[in-house]
Design a protein around this ligand. Structure first.
Ligand code: DHB
Length: 300
């Protein structure tokens, strides 16, 4: 029995990756996650210039998850090289990048490739950054342009992280595939808001943000199911996974690998070892010898 899995050309020792935005801002935190059972780490989304992000409060807990609007804080791609130098020695690192247009994405992807990333993940889905993320990632023509430009700029695989804040995530997935994208990642956070009745105003300084955690899992599983049916390229599942049972839902919907974010924040880095043990137990009990045998089995 093996937990090894492949996302196209990217081979992982385990199917669980650290999702972008958690324990992935520094070299040492990425090394820590790789030594805690994660098969790979996706970096915090990095842009061309340093960005301070939003003022506090930028993160709050709700029933079933978290709502955050960090504001894409990051040191900028040039300074991030120091973190990549440390992280890539420890295991597979996927460079998450955000930009305002195809040209910016292409430049960032080239640098991530130079720094040793095994793939790039295009953030086409941050739900609350003006001019970035979801504003680009809900228009198939724009998605095609960005993915096409990045494909021309790098040799490493190009993944696109999609937003659920659209009427058809599969249409966006088709645009990624038509532009030569190597995989889709679904889902990013859902548009959300929390209000403090005592303060009579929104809790987050940015007013609204993105919902993650167990509350979004059923939305993510459905998105992966739709994408698996519509596409030939691999699908990676993310959204509300905190145990093996959650991960298996995504795998059986069609994901060949998955990412974990909120559960790392809630339960700590050991969540990957716990999920891996649970997957092995399920596979033993149900006579599966590989992750690949379970991918998409819930589809007709
Ligand atoms: C941020 C970016 C995201 O892609 C997301 O889903 C949530 C938050 C951010 O840095 O603000």
């Amino acid at each position: 029995m093996t937990l090894e899995t492949s996302i196209g050309k990217v081979k992982l020792k385990g199917p669980g990756m650290v999702a972008s935005g958690i324990m992935d801002e520094t070299g040492p935190s990425m090394v820590r996650m790789l030594s805690s059972g994660a098969g790979a780490v996706v970096t915090k989304s990095i842009g061309l210039e340093p960005k301070a992000g939003h003022q506090n409060p930028c993160f709050t807990e709700v029933k079933g998850g978290f709502v955050n609007a960090m504001g894409l804080p990051n040191p900028g791609i040039d300074l991030f090289k120091d973190e990549m130098d440390v992280a890539v020695k420890a295991g597979p690192i996927i460079g998450s990048i955000y930009g305002a247009n195809a040209d910016e994405f292409a430049k960032l992807a080239g640098k991530m490739e130079d720094y040793g990333a095994c793939a790039v993940e295009l953030n086409l889905s941050c739900p609350h950054a003006k001019g970035y993320g979801m504003e680009l990632g809900t228009d198939p023509a724009t998605v095609k342009k960005i993915v096409g430009a990045v494909k021309d700029a790098v040799k490493i695989p190009v993944w696109a992280k999609l937003t659920p804040n659209t009427d058809s995530v599969a249409d966006i997935g088709v645009a990624v595939q038509e532009a030569g994208g190597d995989a889709v990642v679904a889902i990013n956070t859902l548009k959300a808001m929390v209000i403090s009745p005592e303060l009579r105003r929104p809790v987050l300084s940015n007013k609204f943000g993105g919902l993650s955690g167990p509350a979004v899992r059923a939305v993510g599983v459905r998105a992966v199911y739709d994408l698996y049916a519509a596409l030939d390229i691999p699908v990676i599942g993310v959204g509300g996974i905190s145990d093996a049972h959650d991960a298996l839902q995504y795998i059986m919907a069609g994901a060949c690998a998955f990412q974990v974010g909120s559960a790392v924040a809630k339960n700590g880095p050991d969540v990957f070892n716990m999920i891996n043990k649970g997957l092995e137990a399920f596979m033993f009990d149900n006579n599966y010898s590989s992750i690949g045998e379970m991918v998409g089995v819930a589809n007709d």
